[in-house]
Design a protein. Structure first.
Length: 330
């Protein structure tokens, strides 16, 4: 029986939305490729149009988009980009969302509430995504919302290396700003070889972005406190955490977070606080003028993960040399 054989080879194509072009260009430079030419614009009524300017048939497509403000517009644009790739016969479509929009709505706190993080995963699957890549999800169980592979990347090595370079042998305590960040803070303690402290707080369920800080559990007096979190939005949690730590006798407070959302009035709150340095990555575009802000590049991590996915390599090895390590679930 006659057979038909082709000489087709895998080829990577990187596509960027319009929300954070600088990050996409940096990732493309790390990979040694060019961003695929794309036409995208808004109609007068706000509808988004996307068209790719060259064939994507058979491509291993990676679509990168930062879910920044206006967040709903950029999520919709990424969904449309995925749909266009599916209809143009891309072989595999990987959605790269450095910051997973709606990740904080990962469960119902009270009745009659949505689980929007699950809805996000369903939308991208329906649009045609085969795989997701995200950095520091708000909670790890979000990986289970998507019916397909999810590569959960960690910015901890990038942030911790920078923090270690600033400590100069001073006594350090890693601080979790709430109970939900304890697992993340524990990984920091392993890297820095430092003890852990936890701030007990409580949110007002009827007032968004409002936090009540109660007490510190752990030794912080005369120590440099590294407050670690996955994101800084309006800065309320971080500012009150720093205030509480300094009241308890902390020598200094440094904040390290992956996602610098920095919605108003975050810049003003953080500037008015006694935090010596706020460290974030550029998973989102940073426009804040905060003088104590340090922004570290995330593009090398994203590019390495994209390369490993493309060549069917291991994303796990980026974070844990032990095959059975907990971070090896990516």
């Amino acid at each position: 029986m006659a057979t038909l054989k082709t000489k087709a080879r895998k080829h990577l194509m990187l596509f960027s939305g319009r929300s954070h072009p600088a990050l996409a260009e940096a990732v493309a430079k790390e990979l040694g490729v060019s961003l695929a030419p794309t036409s995208a614009y808004d109609f007068a009524n706000g509808e988004i149009f996307v068209r790719y300017d060259e064939s994507v048939r058979g491509a291993d497509a990676f679509v990168i988009q930062a879910h920044t403000a206006p967040i709903n517009q950029w999520i919709m644009e990424q969904l449309i980009m995925v749909d266009a790739l599916k209809r143009a016969s891309a072989k595999r479509i990987t959605v790269v969302m450095p910051f997973y929009g709606y990740a904080r709505q990962d469960k119902k706190h009270r009745g009659r509430e949505p689980i929007s993080a699950r809805l996000m995963a369903d939308l991208f699957k329906c649009a045609g995504a085969d795989r997701l890549i995200a950095v520091d999800l708000h909670t790890s169980q979000i990986q289970g919302f998507f019916d397909g592979p999810v590569d959960h990347l960690f910015a901890l090595p990038i942030l911790a290396d920078y923090v270690q370079s600033k400590l100069d042998g001073q006594p350090v305590t890693v601080v979790s700003p709430d109970a939900g960040r304890v697992r993340v803070a524990e990984r920091w303690t392993d890297v820095l070889g430092a003890p852990l402290a936890i701030i007990h707080k409580r949110r007002d369920p009827d007032v968004p972005n409002e936090v009540r800080v109660f007490e510190v559990v752990g030794e912080v007096r005369d120590r440099v406190c590294i407050v670690v979190d996955d994101m800084i939005d309006t800065g309320g949690t971080i500012a009150k955490a720093a205030e509480t730590l300094l009241e308890q006798g902390a020598r200094d407070v440094i904040v390290a977070a992956t996602h610098g959302i920095l919605s108003d009035p975050a810049t003003e709150r953080l500037a008015a606080s006694q935090i010596s340095e706020v460290i974030v990555t550029d998973t989102l575009p940073i426009t804040s003028t905060l003088e104590t802000l340090t922004v570290l590049p995330i593009a090398p991590l994203l590019a390495t993960a994209i390369h490993e996915v493309f060549v069917d390599g291991s994303v796990t090895r980026l974070f844990d040399p032990t095959p059975d390590g907990e971070e090896a679930r990516a």
